[in-house]
Every structure is written in C-alpha cells, then in structure tokens.
Design a protein around this ligand. Structure first.
Ligand SMILES: *[C@@H]1O[C@H](CO)[C@@H](O)[C@H](O)[C@H]1NC(C)=O
Length: 226
C-alpha cells in the first residue's frame, strides 16, 4: 500500500513537469498591427513552433473581436482541412493561405471593409502540444483616399517635375545666351560687310565683343552645377 501511495505522487510530479514542458514547447507568433485598405485583400500572418511533429490532430482557430467591442467570433477553423466561417462578419471572406508543414497558420481576409477594424487571434494546438500564448493582431482598415493620391502627386512633382523644370530653365538660359552671341555675330558681320574696307577699327571691337560673349558663355558653362 505504501509503495502504491508513493507512486501517484511521483506521477503527479511527472504530470506537472509535462504540463510545464508543454507550456513552453508551443510558441505562436503573429503580426501585432496590420494595415489594410478597403477592398484590397490582406494576409494575417501567424506561424508557430512546436517541439512535436505536426499530425492530423493539429488545429488552428482564428477569432475576431470588433474594435467597438462585442463577442468573440470564430472566423476560421483548420483540422486536416480549412473551414472558413460560413456565417458572421467574415462569411465567404476568409481564405486559407497557410501551410501546416511549414508551421504557417496564416489566413487572408478578402475584400476588407471599414467595419473590419478589430482584434484577431490565432490559436494553434498540436497535441500533445497545447499553446498558452495567443497572439493578437490589430487590423485597421482605411480607405485609399484622395489625401494619399495628393501626397504621391506632390512627391512625384518634387522628384520628377521640379528637377526637369530646373534643367529646362538652364537649357533655355544657355540657348538665350547662344542666340545672343549669334545676334552679336550677325551684327558684327553685317557691320563688317556694310562698312567693308573703309572702317578698320570696327573689327577689333567686334572681335573683342565676341570674345567677351564667348568668355561669358564659358563662364556660365563652368558654373552650371547650381
Ligand atoms: C477603422 O479605423 C480607421 C483608422 O483608424 C478609421 O479611419 C475608420 O473610420 C475605422 N472604421 C470604423 C468603422 O470605425
């Protein structure tokens, strides 16, 4: 009798040890915050680590609680096969994208709406592994609004239009300067041809002017970087 009484005690200790071991052997992870846009499918990632091999006993359960409060709603169940909820908020909107062999328990929410804001939980059981942590994922659904388009348009104009406008302005300035040189050249040649041989002193002046123009041109070429 004494021996048989001692044995249950040892068994209880063993059970306690096993229970503690179980607590730490299954670990579930999920994204804590997920942003989604109305109508654009979003994946809620969940993955787990188990010290036991995955068997057909493995179950995955996803639940949803609205941000405004309310009851916990089961939206997805997995055991050997995927069973998306056939009723409720996410009826026909949950797709299985996980792979238990890869320890992936992720789902996809199709066609999110503004009313889907809330907390999702991913629970995995891989008997004899039973999880203790249940990670929560906060989903925030927003409308891809005009504000975003405005900021992207602003960014585009800063990144593309502004530099090209500067380049065009520089090119125009250079062209104007070159035209100016041509004009003075024409003037000079015109003067030269009309005055012909009679006024020699005009030629050096013209050359000087041209040289000055060209120097200015060269100067402006060198100073381009601003
Ligand atoms: C969901 O959250 C977003 C971002 O905070 C908010 O713009 C939207 O109005 C919320 N939807 C509802 C139904 O409260």
């Amino acid at each position: 009798m004494g021996l048989s009484r001692k044995k249950p005690g040892g068994g209880a200790l063993l059970l306690l040890w096993a229970a503690l071991a179980r607590v730490h052997s299954l670990e579930i992870q999920a994204d804590s915050d997920v942003q989604a846009f109305v109508g654009e499918a979003v994946i809620l990632k969940c993955w787990f680590k188990s010290s036991f091999p995955v068997t057909e006993k493995l179950t995955i359960d996803w639940t949803y609680r609205p941000l405004a409060g309310g009851s916990l709603e089961p939206i997805f169940h997995y055991q050997s096969d995927a069973y998306p909820a056939k009723k409720g908020t996410f009826r026909d909107r949950v797709s299985w994208v996980g792979n238990v062999a890869k320890r992936d328990a992720s789902i996809r929410i199709n066609n999110p709406t503004m009313d889907d804001n809330g907390t999702f939980t991913c629970a995995v059981k891989n008997p004899p592994d039973v999880q203790h942590n249940i990670p929560q994922t906060m989903l925030t659904v927003t409308q891809r609004g005009a504000s975003f388009q405005l900021t992207s348009a602003g960014l585009l104009s800063i990144l593309v239009f502004l530099p090209s406008a500067i380049v065009v302005a520089l090119l125009l300035v250079r062209m104007a300067k070159k035209l100016g040189v041509l004009k003075s050249k024409k003037k000079c040649s015109y003067k030269k041809s009309s005055i012909e041989v009679s006024e020699e002193p005009e030629r050096p002046k013209c050359k000087e002017r041209l040289a000055a123009w060209c120097l200015r041109c060269l100067d402006s070429d060198d100073e381009d970087p601003y």
